[in-house]
Design a protein. Structure first.
Length: 422
């Protein structure tokens, strides 16, 4: 939740006057949004390779502290160029978090236990979207002018301090990998590893990597499964960028600016239920993740097509709720699907593959940021048409993956080592 809020609070800051205070043009603000993903994408793979060779309980909280401090520093910016520099830095520091979480989940939980955990992870982002605006409004409204600083500056300070505080707590709660966590006894570590090995999930027995970073990168890049998940996740993430436009989409249905902020909350609330329910039930039928993702994308596809042809405000709002729910549920399930598919691979290769999927998937947010320009309102036919097309393509990708991955499962540790060479 802290990660998601610290990357999106720039939008809340803009609403309360950051762009005016810094003299940002529309194009400059768009670049401020996009540059985050440049360093975010570039550093995801290296960060996971470092994570594997260190202790997650130290590495991840340390970077959380750093990006929390940088977020606080955004309260001090005086110019557009300073803001760009700090956004680049936040992107680099946050790049470790999402792929690190994916790797940790896949390193501790069996395949039929992962969907619920990924659902909890994505639910944090959903709840952040639901209540982040309300929290931001309380901070910017309540502290505006305090000690001579604008409310948007206090927003960065409060949320940055919250991230640093939680990072300190996380250090004591977060486990390392099953092979090296010091919070378990030797017998408990052996049990954690044996239950994964019984589920055909590769876990490192010793602390010395058996696959070099270069071998892991080569094996991941050469594996067609990596690019199948990259393509599928890009479709989901690209469609999901409409979340940035929920207030504008709802406002153009006839609501006031103030009311639109509150009408966004039910969209996230229903999405939360969809994510939670999907995660719970999919652990009971883990072999059918691809088909269920295709089903959720089918709901989003049908509803987005209907939005293009129906102009009744109430009907459009209800359809928008279901489009969002399908995309959020697909997002959560696609991550657990990738993690379980890569489970048989060496930990180093799995870490690289998951980082590539997450990194390349997030590049879709760059073009997704231009799907709903304000001049296309109130119908936004281009945006919803693009979402319809991507969801339709996603149905094909994930339905095909269900059959392909059953026929050609990921290589085991021994087979992959033979392919990449010792």
């Amino acid at each position: 939740m802290s990660s998601y809020m610290d990357r999106t609070n720039i939008g809340n800051a803009k609403v309360v006057g950051m762009d005016v205070d810094l003299g940002l043009t529309s194009d400059q603000y768009s670049l401020v949004l996009i540059v985050f993903f440049i360093t975010y994408v570039v550093f995801e793979v290296p960060s996971n390779l470092i994570l594997i060779k260190t202790r997650p309980s130290i590495f991840l909280p340390s970077l959380m502290i750093l990006w929390g401090i940088v977020t606080c520093c955004m309260a001090l910016v005086k110019s557009y160029h300073q803001l760009i520099a700090l956004r680049l830095l936040v992107g680099a520091l946050e790049s470790c978090f999402a792929p690190g979480v994916l790797l940790l989940f896949s390193s501790w939980y069996k395949k039929n236990e992962q969907s619920k955990r990924f659902a909890v992870y994505i639910s944090a982002a959903v709840l952040s979207g639901a209540f982040g605006g309300i929290l931001a409004g309380a901070i910017t409204g309540g502290l505006d002018g305090a000690y001579g600083m604008a409310g948007w500056r206090w927003l960065f300070i409060v949320e940055g301090v919250a991230t640093v505080s939680w990072a300190i707590v996380a250090h004591f709660l977060l486990l390392d990998f099953p092979s090296n966590t010091n919070k378990f006894s030797a017998a408990e570590r052996a049990l954690a590893q044996s239950r994964l090995q019984a589920d055909n999930i590769e876990t490192r027995v010793e602390d010395v990597p058996r696959v070099t970073s270069w071998q892991a990168l080569c094996a991941s890049v050469k594996d067609w499964r990596t690019w199948l998940f990259v393509l599928g996740y890009m479709i989901i993430v690209g469609s999901s960028t409409m979340t940035y436009f929920y207030p504008a989409l709802v406002k153009d249905l006839g609501y006031t600016s103030h009311m639109a902020q509150y009408m966004v909350v039910p969209i996230y609330a229903v999405s939360f239920v969809a994510v939670a329910a999907t995660g719970y039930f999919m652990d009971k039928i883990p072999r059918h993740r691809g088909l269920v993702i295709a089903g959720w994308l089918g709901i989003s596809f049908i509803c987005s097509v209907c939005i293009c042809t129906i102009y009744n405000p109430t009907a459009r709002y209800v359809l928008l709720v279901f489009v969002a729910s399908g995309l959020w549920a697909s997002n959560s399930l696609s991550l657990s699907y990738a993690a379980s598919t890569f489970g048989a691979m060496p930990q180093e290769v799995r870490g690289v593959s998951l980082a590539i999927v997450n990194a390349m998937g997030n590049t879709a947010q760059i073009h997704g940021a231009y799907l709903f320009p304000s001049e296309d309102g109130p119908k936004y036919l281009k945006g919803f048409g693009a979402v319809s097309g991507m969801c339709g393509f996603g149905i094909v990708i994930y339905a095909a993956s269900h059959f392909l991955l059953k026929r050609f499962p990921a290589n085991s540790n021994a087979a992959l080592l033979e392919e990449v060479g010792e």
